[in-house]
Design a protein around this ligand. Structure first.
Ligand code: SAM
Length: 281
């Protein structure tokens, strides 16, 4: 059995990779707008997944910038490189395999980045503070540490699809079971502070939609895919009986055709800086 926290809840099968890619299509523009890159930045992307966001940052950083993507899973890394090649961007990002809890940076790279960014990563690690501390060491004095993550409690769907509330609670508990924090989003500013950085800003990135909006079905399908991918953890872990799980998921998928349905969710965002002149160890 894998030790607590070393298993990635969503897995990396092709269906899950396709979901992650579509999710990126839905949110990258909003994340990039918040990030406000100016060009020329050296950027560290931790937990780079399939790399769409790393590539999007690299495009904005331009030829005088640099993006290093760190990813633990070889399948995700292969997917990232395949997608980069397919887009004619094979050399845009430097990819490196490694664990966010033991960042594989070379001696001269520590303290050299202008920006360290992590999205949807801290919810999957047992010690998010250790990751944020390492990110703070990776940037230069005055460099930015940017965190985007989930606080699963804030999901609101109306009218509520039958059985969705117990299913969502069971999904949230599957993070606890792995030793990870499903509400890490609310802790982002505090994590920056605890890591010795100076928090500067927090906000929400709206991640919702409603019937009548062209992307509404994609939002619901992303959430359905997310839950389907966690079926083994939820049902196998005894958090919800299989029949309830399947019925709730079917009802949720059908819900996307309602003319009055609204999906409300948001991604927590916090931004801080490494203190000037002092090394954060
Ligand atoms: C939900 S995906 C998000 C990917 C990307 N940041 C994005 O926003 O699309 C989380 C990624 O973090 C990776 N991951 C999980 N734990 C990790 C760790 N300890 N070190 C490095 N990567 C990790 C997973 O393999 C997965 O690719």
């Amino acid at each position: 059995m894998s030790p607590k926290g070393s298993r990635y809840l969503h897995g990396t099968d092709p269906r899950e990779q396709a979901r992650l890619a579509r999710l990126n299509d839905l949110i990258n523009r909003a994340s990039l707008a918040e990030l406000g890159l100016r060009g020329g930045e050296r950027i560290l992307e931790v937990g780079s997944g399939l790399g769409q966001f790393a590539r999007a940052m690299a495009r904005l950083a331009g030829p005088s910038g640099h993006v290093l993507g760190i990813e633990r899973s070889p399948e995700q890394l292969r997917g990232a490189m395949r997608a980069a090649r397919g887009a004619g961007e094979a050399r845009l990002v430097e990819w490196r395999r490694g664990d966010a809890l033991a960042l594989p940076l070379r001696r001269g790279e520590w303290g050299s980045f202008d920006v360290a960014h992590a999205r949807f990563l801290l919810e999957h690690v047992p010690d998010p503070l250790a990751v944020v501390r390492a990110m703070a060491r990776a940037v230069r004095p005055g460099g930015r540490i940017v965190l985007e993550d989930d606080d699963h409690d804030i999901l609101r769907l109306w009218p509520e699809p039958a059985g969705l509330t117990p299913l969502w609670r069971a999904y949230i508990r599957s993070f606890d079971r792995l030793g990870n924090d499903p509400a890490v989003g609310r802790r982002l500013v505090s994590l920056l502070h605890e890591a010795g950085a100076l928090p500067e800003r927090n906000t929400w990135i709206f991640f919702g939609s409603c019937s009548g909006s062209p992307d509404f079905a994609a939002y619901v399908e992303n959430a359905v895919g997310l839950l389907r991918g966690a079926r083994r953890a939820i049902v196998g872990g005894g958090l919800l009986p299989a029949g309830e799980f399947d019925a709730a998921l079917t009802a949720f998928d059908a819900w996307k055709r309602r003319p009055d349905a609204a999906f409300w969710f948001a991604i927590a965002w916090a931004d801080g800086r490494r203190r000037g002149g002092r090394r954060i160890e």
